[in-house]
Design a protein around this ligand. Structure first.
Ligand code: ATP
Ligand code: MG
Length: 414
């Protein structure tokens, strides 16, 4: 992408009226646009990061047998009345609206009920199980607080997977696979070293569930970490005697829940009548689980954790581009040629081909945007047919011959 054509421009100063660090930086660097409190649009740079995160999630969901679908954003109240979750007293984050004829309908905030009802058309025998489906779909939630930038918004894409199994044993095996898949996902996006599998309350479903909690000062949760086992417990349940934890022996940290996995059991299948016939001819309720990740919350967490005083710093697995090519010379032929060549071998490049900007301005923009590899072509580097290469988070600059750059960068792709 030529930067002269990119419609987003960086801003010289931090945006006003935005308190969270992730949103401040992402707005300043042109990744997102604030529509109103808790509602953000994703601009080309931000969209690319989101797509990378969603691709990484998709890959792992497919590996464990997930099939992608897309459920509706408008929700049928009848199904929710059956489960008792339509009432505002039961769920306080509903956005509801009305049809022309005054019938109330809901905007999607989760999908246990509609999916369970839908599955009645497809599951009737033990031969139809297990089934694992997931989606990347927009959720609307009337969140009370919206002070964490893109980490907690009133409209967001969620990856939600739902599992349908014959019994608890089959469910447990899948739950464990999902847990391992989540560990891989958070490793791959660059958060593995600060993300803890955390014991949490299972709410009204099961006694316990697991959250994936990433350490950050921007987090709204408190977790207690066991240094020996590297496991953690959410503050909500730390006092539970059955768990046998001594709070004083654990490390207390602020964290954000980037994902969670839940055992739902037969709660929804029983109320909504999702049954199957087992191999003895007996009718049984389907045993369910749900598994969520917020890609934008992951993106915001990455922004919070890695940013430095100059701007954003993206891990290469999620970066909007792998390389940021800066042309500081008036003769553009070599930079143009390098741009074409890198793209032809599959390296994604943002090419700062803008005229009339100082080197300092281009460097500042590159630091703010945070692409992993900065390549600088100037009259000086051209004299030795080279480019200056610098990793975003390092101070070291290396002179690399132009013809070696494609291989050099390909070895950095993760
Ligand atoms: P929280 O306790 O932080 O409100 P939750 O328990 O409501 O999260 P789920 O309903 O299980 O979370 O959603 C699954 C995932 O979706 C969460 O782990 C998180 O990554 C993401 N998520 C939840 N709420 C939001 C939000 N308001 N904005 C962005 N992402 C969210
Ligand atoms: Mg919530």
């Amino acid at each position: 992408m030529r930067q002269s054509k990119l419609f987003t421009k960086t801003q010289k100063t931090l945006p006003k009226g935005e308190e969270s660090k992730n949103a401040q930086l992402l707005i300043q660097a042109g990744f997102i646009h604030k529509e109103m409190a808790g509602v953000y649009s994703f601009l080309p740079l931000g969209k690319r990061v989101m797509e990378n995160i969603m691709r990484i999630i998709r890959e792992e969901m497919n590996v464990i047998g997930g099939q992608e679908l897309l459920l509706t954003g408008l929700q049928n109240p009848e199904i929710w009345q059956t489960s008792g979750r339509w009432a505002d007293e039961a769920v306080d984050i509903w956005f509801k609206t009305k049809l022309k004829n005054d019938t109330e309908i809901g905007l999607s905030w989760t999908h246990e009920e509609p999916l369970t009802a839908l599955m009645r058309n497809h599951i009737s025998s033990y031969r139809d199980l297990p089934v694992y489906v997931y989606q990347m779909q927009t959720k609307f939630r009337n969140e009370l607080r919206a002070k964490s930038g893109i980490m907690r918004t009133r409209e967001f894409i969620m990856k939600d997977l739902y599992s349908f199994c014959k019994n608890e044993e089959e469910h447990k095996a899948f739950y464990e696979k999902a847990k391992q898949a989540y560990i891989k996902i958070f490793d791959h996006v660059g958060l593995g070293h600060v993300t803890y599998v955390t014991m949490a309350s299972g709410g009204s479903f099961a006694k316990y569930s697991h959250e994936f909690q990433t350490l950050t000062a921007a987090g709204e949760d408190i977790i207690y970490i066991d240094e020996q086992t590297k496991e953690a417990v959410n503050e909500e349940i730390i006092a539970d005697k059955d768990l046998g934890y001594d709070k004083n022996k654990l490390r207390k940290e602020k964290a954000v829940e980037v994902g969670n996995i839940f055992t739902l059991g037969t709660k929804y299948s029983e109320v909504l009548g999702l049954q199957y016939q087992d191999d003895q001819g007996n009718k049984r309720p389907v045993f369910m689980g749900s598994y969520g990740i917020g890609p934008a919350r992951v993106m915001g967490t990455i922004a919070e954790l890695f940013a430095d005083e100059k701007g954003l710093v993206w891990p290469s697995s999620v970066a909007p581009f792998l390389a940021h090519l800066l042309c500081l010379s008036d003769s553009v032929e070599e930079a143009d040629a390098l741009y074409e060549q890198l793209q032809s071998v599959g390296i994604e490049v943002l090419y700062d081909d803008r005229h009339g900007m100082s080197a300092g301005e281009k460097f500042a923009d590159a630091d703010l945007i945070g692409i992993p590899w900065r390549l600088v072509i100037s009259d000086k580097t051209l004299a030795s047919k080279s480019a200056e290469v610098k990793a975003r988070q390092s101070k070291e600059i290396e002179l690399v011959p132009l013809r070696e750059l494609p291989n050099y960068l390909q070895s950095k792709i993760s």
